[in-house]
Design a protein around this ligand. Structure first.
Ligand SMILES: [Zn+2]
Length: 427
């Protein structure tokens, strides 16, 4: 089994003595997430079924909380809050954060670290989320605690522990914020009431990361848009974070090998490694920013298990369309827009070509398959003896149609309509 920890070694800007000290403590705290995540993984095989949990939740809603462990004690189900269940493992993490808060010269950062340490120990996660969201941009960055959901049928809704630590990439962050200001102001449309409008409250940053641990070391995401708690998003806002190092990793493990395999030599000569590396990071940046347009209040309850694949694909497709705005404003050129599409095609062919579907990536694999089939049906993509031949102009037109369908499903679609769509394109 792969250890849920990845250490990166990025080239960092010069840090002050206290910044270096704080960074070291944060990395140590992040490493201590590993044993908790491993415990959680063990529990995920515990043989309690969803029906039992739903039954128990009728009397006690804490069974469905994202932050409880469910166990069987003397044949009876009990829900134990994470901060109690993992108390002993959490203590040393909180101590590291406290220690870091004493060493930092940035008062606001120190305060947020303290609130975060407390959240781990008593479960006040929302308070910590809000403190981080309100924090002004700072060179050091950490996210630690139970954040993203397990992609697991039984434990649907439960969060897994993870952490990242990084140093701000100033140039990348500036570029991302430039894109943000263009695309999130481009659509001055009236917002229908079924959608939460938060795009004037979106923060964005690019990090050089030194460590991923817990779930994030498994998913190896290149970008995230957090929090997932929609009421905090509505009140306070959200934050997009991109990671340079996991982008490089994905290039090496997935994008380049697939690029060599699925495209013709002549086509490949049009795109160098650097074009695709930036294309990959750019489409993910646009994907994360696009999430801000897609907070439909009832989508999750309406579409149920099909919500995630549709929501995630919609973010990417809208991302490409908004990249069209960047093209119109000369922020990117045709070739750069094409490189984004090529990178996404590679990612999808990579996921679809896996012998065993990676459970954590199941939603993305399904979304990617829908994307490929939709392009094939629209004649925007042709396949000849295993070689993919895209027509970029047609791809762009097809994306428009695809987005209309996805947006309608998110805004007012039923589970049944989503299932029909998935059945048609998801194989
Ligand atoms: Zn997403």
């Amino acid at each position: 089994m792969q250890e849920p920890l990845i250490e990166f070694n990025p080239k960092l800007p010069k840090l002050s003595k206290s910044e270096s000290k704080v960074l070291k403590l944060l990395v140590e705290a992040a490493k201590l997430i590993v044993p908790i995540y491993l415990e959680q993984e063990k529990l995920a095989d515990s043989g309690i079924n969803r029906k039992e949990i739903e039954e128990a939740a009728k009397k006690d809603p804490s069974f469905l909380s994202p932050y409880t462990v469910i166990e069987k004690v003397d044949g009876k189900l009990v829900a134990i809050p994470y901060h109690e269940n993992y108390k002993e493992l959490l203590k040393p993490i909180a101590e590291k954060l406290e220690e870091a808060s004493r060493h930092t010269d940035n008062k606001e950062f120190g305060r947020a670290l303290k609130i975060q340490a407390k959240a781990l120990l008593i479960g006040s996660y929302d308070e910590a989320t809000i403190a981080w969201l309100k924090m002004k941009p700072y060179i050091l960055d950490i996210s630690i605690g139970p954040v993203e959901h397990f992609d697991d049928e039984v434990f649907f809704g439960k969060t897994a522990y993870q952490a990242w630590v990084g140093v701000m990439d100033k140039e990348g962050t500036e570029r991302l914020n430039n894109y943000k200001s263009i695309i999130l102001s481009a659509k001055k449309v009236s917002v229908p009431t079924e959608r939460v409008d938060n795009y004037d409250k979106v923060k964005a940053k690019v990090l050089d990361v030194t460590i991923f641990s817990g779930l994030l070391a498994k998913t190896k995401f290149v970008g995230v848009n957090l929090p997932s708690n929609i009421s905090i998003v509505e009140k306070i806002g959200s934050e997009v974070t991109l990671f340079n190092q996991s982008n490089n990793l994905r290039m090496k493990e997935q994008i380049m090998p697939t690029f060599e395999k699925i495209f013709h030599r002549e086509f490949r000569q049009g795109f160098g490694f650097e074009d695709l590396r930036r294309g990959n990071l750019r489409y993910i940046a646009m994907h994360e920013l696009s999430h801000s347009y897609l907070y439909y209040r009832h989508a999750e309850e309406n579409l149920q298990d099909l919500f995630m694949p549709i929501y995630e694909l919609a973010a990417t497709v809208l991302g490409f369309r908004l990249a069209g705005t960047l093209l119109l404003k000369d922020r990117i050129n045709n070739k750069q827009l094409e490189a984004m599409i090529v990178a996404f095609l590679c990612r999808n062919f990579y996921l679809a070509g896996q012998n065993q579907i990676n459970k954590l990536m199941a939603n993305y694999t399904l979304g990617g398959t829908i994307f490929i089939n939709f392009l094939l049906e629209s004649d925007a993509l042709k396949e000849l003896k295993g070689i993919a031949i895209p027509n970029f102009m047609k791809v762009f037109i097809a994306l428009h149609d695809l987005f209309r369908i996805l947006e309608q499903l998110l805004a007012s679609g039923t589970r049944q309509e989503a299932a029909a769509f998935v059945k048609r394109y998801g194989k």
